[in-house]
Design a protein around this ligand. Structure first.
Ligand SMILES: NC(=O)c1ccc[n+]([C@@H]2O[C@H](COP(=O)([O-])OP(=O)(O)OC[C@H]3O[C@@H](n4cnc5c(N)ncnc54)[C@H](OP(=O)(O)O)[C@@H]3O)[C@@H](O)[C@H]2O)c1
Length: 212
């Protein structure tokens, strides 16, 4: 039975990915910082919890890690000039946490794919609007994590990609254009056709390559 570990599995895109993979017969290791039955507690900002999870799952085959958990800061105009805490919180959640989890699991498990749920907002090339600076920077840095890990994990034959899930109607983006179901379906299709040749790339849920 193929298996997938999903962070931020309690709502939004993560919940929908969990539903779809489960319905498809996969073993789903659903992780959430919110305590729920059948879900493994994981605050992606907590290095101790990450280490404990990796040890708990040691030698358990995990085909896919989906680093989905993320936060989006308030728009620039709502931020204080020196909102250091918001910078650190977003960077820790969207960039450092996914990196730590990927490293911890790749050390102890037999991963095949690491999918970092990034955002088109993380594309420096496509940024023609400014705004949401903290979020953009955290996702651009997550894309850099993808590239680094793709190179670092090439000898382990783990494919590492960044995926933009689309503009998805969730708590994070109430005005989103597509449903979590459509996004999750697209992400699953992308992941099902990935090969090592794709490692180190940035694409959307429709498999279109995005510029960094
Ligand atoms: N929606 C969009 O249009 C869109 C577009 C581009 C990229 N994305 C990305 O897609 C991913 C999912 O977003 P979404 O739209 O589904 O957002 P969402 O509905 O706000 O859900 C975010 C999820 O991340 C979890 N999370 C946040 N901080 C966490 C932490 N420290 N530890 C563990 N879990 C944490 C939340 O858990 P709690 O319930 O505990 O807060 C929740 O499960 C994010 O990485 C986001 O940046 C979304």
């Amino acid at each position: 039975m193929p298996s997938v570990l999903i962070t931020g599995a309690n709502r939004g895109i993560g919940l929908e990915l969990t539903r779809q993979y489960t319905a498809d017969g996969w073993k789903v290791i659903a992780c959430s910082r919110t305590k729920l039955d059948g879900v493994i507690p994981l605050d992606i900002k907590d290095p101790l919890q990450i280490q404990q999870l990796a040890t708990q799952l040691q030698n358990e085959p995990i085909d896919i890690l989906i680093n989905n958990a993320g936060i989006c800061n308030r728009p620039n105009e709502e931020l204080d000039l020196f909102d250091h805490a918001e910078w650190m919180d977003t960077f820790h959640t969207n960039t450092v946490g996914p990196y730590m989890l990927a490293k911890a699991l790749a050390e102890k498990n037999h991963l095949k794919i690491i999918a970092n749920i990034s955002s088109v907002y993380g594309s420096i090339h496509l940024n023609n609007r400014g705004d949401h600076c903290i979020y953009r920077v955290s996702k651009a840095a997550l894309n850099a994590v993808t590239k680094c890990l793709a190179l670092d994990f090439a000898p382990k034959k783990i494919a590492v990609v960044s995926i933009h899930p689309g503009s998805v109607k969730t708590d994070m983006n109430p005005g989103g254009k597509i449903s979590p179901s459509e996004s999750a379906q697209g992400i699953r299709e992308v992941l099902s056709s990935l090969t090592l040749k794709d490692s180190g790339s940035f694409m959307n849920y429709q498999r279109e390559i995005l510029p960094w």
